[in-house]
Design a protein around this ligand. Structure first.
Ligand code: UDX
Length: 422
């Protein structure tokens, strides 16, 4: 927002994060963000604070807090949304706009809007679609913008129209670039986000289900994905079979969506998402089984190198990471696991202190009986099978992301196994 020309104050309850950001350092790994922080730091348009009172005077207030899965339930935990909103309200002035970005169960916006009645403040729902690893690009050049406005019978109220004009100012640059804008009501705007993530999760689980068929028949799921992907109605993106989806969004969003559908009495509409979730979780077990198969039936005492800890490349996020889940399962089953990752080792160690961590692939694979590629960082895709072969005890690799060339690895004397590939 500051780089788009606005004056911005970022408020967070975590003094550590605020201090790092105020010093111009990103508190997590995200390509392009350090450069962007340096660029806007020089303009003086971006400040950080732990004091909500510093939000007073702003015309637009973005609510961007997390909505993780509730412990022991499928439902979303709305306590951060609640506390941020409650803390903000005393500092709002008539004419202000509160723009919700958090991924919430449909109905949350309506509830928050009711609590603003009589204050002259308007709530809009403006879901966020950025991907980790592409956050800067996705924020500055979004593929679409969605405004959920207060409306009556599908028509925005006068307050809704005024809020829309303010958001148009905020997003003037991407709008001038031709970014598509969908203006709608609260319910639709909230549903757009969970519908999008459910579709993406379904696409991944669909191809992973095909991988199970491929394994039963000797077919190759990567060629199958290429072939069906040429149909523009299907498309090749998000059809990469392998260890499946993780992270702080897709898994908890499909579960929260199912929980909300249940509350609304339409749980049947989303019962397929249970299957999407189950297919996804089976992938992790399948990778451990493949490691066992290439280890002559037992992983007890085996040295296993896991390449990747982050839930996806170009991120240091280990929330619900398939890579770390596989590493931990093998460790708990008696293997000696060494995990490496270009960025996520620190976060991974905080979660699983008992696992051994290495600072490079070369160090991690020393004397390994099996190597598992679990997160497809570019540097792992580019590994040389002959060079790596000199470091391991046995040349056996399980490609959990279907990104290596099986012929090249086999030619270098490796036993190569993957999900859904012969
Ligand atoms: C997702 C949505 O893409 C984004 O629009 C939303 O705002 C937040 O949630 P993100 O969590 O950053 O973004 O990750 P994404 O790129 O969607 O990947 C999710 C998971 O799916 C990763 O674990 C990734 O490895 C996996 N994946 C992705 C596959 O297994 N196969 C694929 O073909 C694509």
């Amino acid at each position: 927002m500051a780089s788009l020309g606005h004056d911005v104050v970022g408020v967070d309850v975590d003094p550590g994060k605020v201090a790092r950001l105020a010093a111009g350092t990103a508190p997590f790994y995200e390509p392009g963000l350090p450069e962007l922080l340096a660029e806007v730091g020089d303009t003086g348009r971006l400040t950080f604070s732990t004091d909500m009172a510093d939000a007073a005077g702003a015309r637009v207030h973005f609510l961007c807090v997390g909505t993780p899965q509730q412990h022991g339930e499928f439902r979303a935990d709305l306590s951060y949304v609640e506390s941020a909103f409650e803390a903000l309200v005393p500092h709002l002035a008539p004419g202000d706009v509160v723009a919700g970005k958090s991924t919430v169960p449909v109905g949350t916006a309506e509830d928050l809007a009711r609590r603003l009645v009589g204050t002259g403040v308007t709530l809009v729902w403006n879901p966020e679609f950025l991907r980790e690893g592409f956050a800067v690009q996705d924020t500055l050049h979004p593929d679409r913008l969605v405004y959920g406005l207060p409306s009556e019978e599908g028509v925005p109220t006068p307050e809704g129209d005024a809020a829309r004009a303010l958001l148009d100012e905020v997003y003037a640059t991407p709008l001038a670039e031709g970014t598509p804008l969908v203006v709608t009501d609260y319910a639709t705007a909230q549903l757009v986000k969970v519908a999008a993530n459910s579709f993406l999760a379904t696409k991944i689980s669909f191809i992973n289900a095909m991988a199970e068929l491929c394994e039963a028949t000797g077919a190759d799921v990567t060629r199958l994905a290429d072939a069906i992907g040429y149909d523009a109605r299907i498309g090749r993106r998000f059809l990469n079979a392998g260890l499946g989806f993780g992270g702080g969004c897709l898994p908890k969003d499909i579960r929260a969506f199912m929980a909300r559908a249940g509350e609304l009495g339409v749980d049947q509409a989303l019962s397929f998402l249970r299957e999407v979730d189950a297919i996804n979780m089976r992938r992790r077990v399948r990778v451990v089984d493949l490691v066992r198969e290439v280890s002559a039936g037992s992983i007890v005492g085996r040295r296993i190198a896991v390449l990747g800890a982050a839930f996806k490349p170009d991120s240091d996020d280990v929330r619900d990471s398939p890579a770390l889940s596989v590493a931990a399962q093998m460790q708990l089953q008696g293997a000696q696991v060494t995990v490496t990752d270009p960025q996520a080792v620190e976060n991974a160690r905080a979660k699983w202190p008992d696992i051994k961590f290495a600072s490079s692939a070369q160090e991690a694979v020393q004397q390994a009986d099996v190597v598992v590629l679990a997160t497809e960082w570019a540097e792992y895709r580019a590994l040389d099978p002959a060079e790596l072969g000199d470091l391991v005890a046995r040349r056996a690799i399980v490609d959990g992301r279907n990104v290596l060339d099986p012929a090249a690895w086999r030619a270098a004397g490796w036993t190569y196994r993957a999900l859904g590939r012969p």
